[in-house]
Design a protein around this ligand. Structure first.
Ligand code: ATP
Length: 348
């Protein structure tokens, strides 16, 4: 049985429909990210699972139990908020022990469990500190310890790393994933950061305007996006119109000469700059002739902007540009047919 089943859930605020018949299942021990731009409904979905608000239609079940009408504290799950929500007047240990104490544990038992949770998040030696005496990353760990102290089967996290600087955030992404694996607890993690979702998730649900457009692991969503929105939200995408040639094969359209059957995605790393038609086209490769319009190098990566056969495309390679690439040069891009992915909603 799935751990959590969200079935046809909708939610409106006044005339604004924030969620449209959303369905999603979460398996035990799974790390699932809800990924999408601001306002797409991620937090609303998380709040419905947590019980801070109720859905207009649809149902949410956890291990077969209908959660409708259950207040947040009676649901067998826990939530970590963006702002940590620590008690400022309690020590770290007491912050973490608060939940077990409220649940009826003895002082000693609650403290033991809190120490165990603090050990898990690497804060065993800071139990006497107060939240104001800790860095943002440490406070974040306290919030996590507090959320896992009762060993919930499901933890909901709403952009928990967004207040941290980039370097710390990247470290915490890895730590959080390791913690999740150690605990064997399922995480539903809200983020608008596609790299973050890719780094941590077993599966990603991509939300757009209140609907889930695609659910899959990072590689599936990157390699085989279903929609134009997903293709453009995850990584960089060259979108090109495609049609059929006389032999019935998909080809990239350069003008309006042939009927468009859809839109295809070409990822920048799949466009390879080659010397002008150095070798004749073979079955699984196509060539696009054009000119280099711009070249940028960031870190160890070079982006080469090429206008080819009516399309503005970007190709990417590791390393610096090299002498074979300069603005204004004629250029041919080589693409493998297998790397051309046609979108399901491409013609619209
Ligand atoms: P962000 O990343 O900015 O937090 P989000 O994807 O989490 O965005 P939600 O907070 O779920 O988005 O909001 C979805 C939509 O519903 C938005 O248009 C938002 O303005 C609206 N909304 C959310 N909560 C309420 C509320 N309590 N009352 C009215 N409208 C709301």
């Amino acid at each position: 049985m799935s751990l959590l089943t969200i079935d046809g859930v909708s939610k409106s605020f006044g005339h604004h429909k924030a969620l449209h018949e959303v369905s999603l299942t979460i398996e035990p021990g799974e790390f699932v990210s809800l990924l999408g731009p601001s306002g797409c409904g991620k937090t609303t979905l998380l709040r419905l699972i947590a019980g801070f608000m109720e859905a207009d239609t649809g149902a949410i079940h956890m291990e077969g139990q209908d959660l409708t009408g259950l207040p947040p504290h009676r649901r067998p799950l826990n939530t970590v908020f963006q702002n940590y929500a620590l008690f400022p007047h309690l020590s770290v240990l007491d912050n973490v022990a608060y939940g077990p104490r409220r649940g009826g544990a003895s002082k000693q038992d609650a403290a033991d469990r809190a120490r165990e949770a603090l050990l898990l998040v690497g804060l065993a030696d800071l139990e006497d500190r107060y939240p104001r005496e800790m860095s943002g990353g440490q406070q974040q760990r306290v919030a996590l310890a507090r959320a896992v102290v009762n060993r919930p089967k499901l933890l909901l996290l709403d952009e928990p790393l967004s207040a941290l600087d980039l370097k710390l955030r990247k470290r915490m992404q890895i730590e959080l994933k390791q913690l999740q694996e150690k605990l064997g607890c399922a995480f539903v993690f809200v983020t608008h950061d596609q790299e973050e979702a890719m780094t941590m998730s077993d599966r990603i649900a991509v939300l757009h305007a209140g609907r889930i457009e695609q659910v899959g692991n990072g590689a599936e969503i990157y390699r085989r996006p279903r929609t134009r929105f997903v293709a453009e939200f995850i990584g960089d995408a060259n979108l090109v119109p495609v049609g059929l040639d006389d032999a019935g094969r998909t080809r990239i359209l350069s003008g309006g000469s042939r009927a468009m059957i859809g839109t295809a995605v070409l990822r920048p790393e799949h466009l390879v700059l080659t010397p002008l038609r150095a070798h004749p086209p073979v079955g699984d490769v196509l060539f696009l002739d054009g000119r280099v319009e711009n070249v940028t190098s960031v870190g160890g990566v070079t982006n080469i902007y090429v206008h080819a056969e009516g399309h503005d495309l970007v190709a990417r390679r590791l390393g610096l540009a090299g002498s074979d690439v300069a603005v204004g040069m004629p250029a041919t891009l080589e693409v493998r047919w297998n790397d051309l992915h046609v979108l399901a909603d491409g013609v619209a």
